[in-house]
Design a protein around this ligand. Structure first.
Ligand code: SAH
Length: 375
């Protein structure tokens, strides 16, 4: 720990509705699913049938569960599959291949998810919290404050809905699978550790208990909550870890990412490096390039030095031009400055790619998710 103590509310809601979402089939472990089904007076094997419908056929619609007697499926779906998410609005960009959905949750809380189809993969950016308590100055979600954590099922439902829509051919390019999930929507995933970790388990569990995704195709992006990063390293599920750094020096980073006063640049980088050592997964460093604020050549050099001081081949950098957010005076760096920043990092031997940004015209890009309705 370094610096002055910061008052950051990481866990309790600062405003908005409170309440726990109803328990859903997906919140339960496979064993608990069997118990829940038998408690409703049904045979244990029904749990597996329900799991197959949910995770393999991507449905919770009793009308489609034709291998169960009608009365049975109606009872089980009513008891175990409460509706958690309601699509309130969808917006598209990039010829329909970027789709942002605004979800209303059971208590009126709102979150967004963004589906992006590329030539060789499809990525869903999910929200793990309604709002966010970390207050990063350049992030629209950070300006909202935290409403509440999402439950496992509320996060997994975002994924199921996206996978289903891809399977149904709703996104131009023909029916396809969802290949990647990134926790880069609203919220700080590691501040909602338990639900996020359970979500990861559901994503990687083989059918019929989960979606059977590859752990490397799941990215957890964090502001740098060091104890939680260290815990994640020990879970035995080598997801990709992304660290939102945005500055290599504590003075500036504490301004951009206030949680830096709790865990410094060096502490966050040490933890990211430990993550690589334990999991063998190369860590990604996110860096929003903000004009004249953090885009100086000397900062690229300092970043390169700090990364190399910890080893070689353990990290790559993902600068992203800042996306505009309401009320912010900051803008993206000049493209030439961006190129120079990348060139400097590469000169230090750091693999660096400028992150493709999608959906900024529908406020669907990184840092723009505010679940805004009055447009
Ligand atoms: N809370 C997590 C995940 C959500 S944000 C985290 O901070 O990592 C996903 C990424 O978008 C983070 O790297 C975040 O810093 C970045 N981001 C936030 N606001 C942005 C903006 N206005 N322009 C570009 N990237 C932004």
């Amino acid at each position: 720990m370094t610096g002055t103590p910061v008052r950051l509310d990481l866990s309790s809601p600062s405003r908005g509705p409170r309440g726990k979402p109803p328990k859903h089939f997906v919140d339960l472990t496979p064993e608990q699913r069997v118990e829940a089904v038998t408690e409703l007076g049904e045979k244990p094997f029904r749990a597996k049938q329900l799991a197959t419908h949910y995770f393999t056929h991507l449905t919770n619609d009793p009308a489609l569960m034709t291998d169960l007697p009608k009365a049975t499926r109606d009872k089980l779906v009513e008891g175990l599959f409460p509706q958690l998410l309601t699509a309130h609005r969808t917006q598209t960009a990039d010829k329909g291949t970027t789709v942002k959905t605004l979800w209303h949750l059971f208590d009126g809380a709102k979150v967004e998810s963004v589906l992006m189809r590329y030539a060789n993969r499809t990525t869903l950016c999910v929200s793990s919290q309604a709002g966010c308590g970390l207050a990063c100055s350049f992030c629209a979600t950070g300006q909202l404050g935290l409403t509440r954590n999402l439950s496992t099922a509320e996060i997994v439902e975002q994924v199921r809905a996206a996978a289903r829509s891809l399977a149904d051919g709703e996104v131009p390019g023909g029916p396809t699978r969802l290949s990647n999930v990134v926790f880069m929507g609203m919220g700080e995933p590691l501040a909602n550790y338990k639900s996020v970790m359970e979500t990861v388990r559901r994503l990687v569990a083989p059918a019929p208990d989960g979606l059977g995704m590859s752990a490397r195709n799941v990215t957890v992006s964090t502001v740098g909550m060091v104890p939680a990063m260290d815990r994640l390293a020990k879970e035995g599920i080598p997801v990709t870890l992304a660290l939102s750094l945005h500055a290599p020096d504590d003075e500036l980073r504490s301004e951009l990412v206030p949680v830096n006063t709790r865990w410094s640049v060096d502490e966050a980088l040490d933890s990211a490096h430990r993550y690589f050592e334990v999991t063998g997964r190369r860590v990604s460093i996110e860096y929003a390039l903000i004009r004249d604020i953090n885009d100086h050549a000397w900062r690229a050099d300092l970043l390169g030095e700090k990364l190399n001081a910890r080893g070689r081949g353990w990290v790559h950098c993902n600068p992203i031009p800042l996306n505009p957010t309401p009320g912010s005076k900051w803008t993206a760096s000049d493209p030439r400055v961006e190129q120079e920043f990348m060139a400097r990092l590469r000169a230090h031997g750091i693999p660096t790619t400028i992150r493709d940004t999608r959906g900024s015209e529908i406020d669907g890009a990184c840092g723009q998710l505010a679940a805004e309705e009055d447009e």
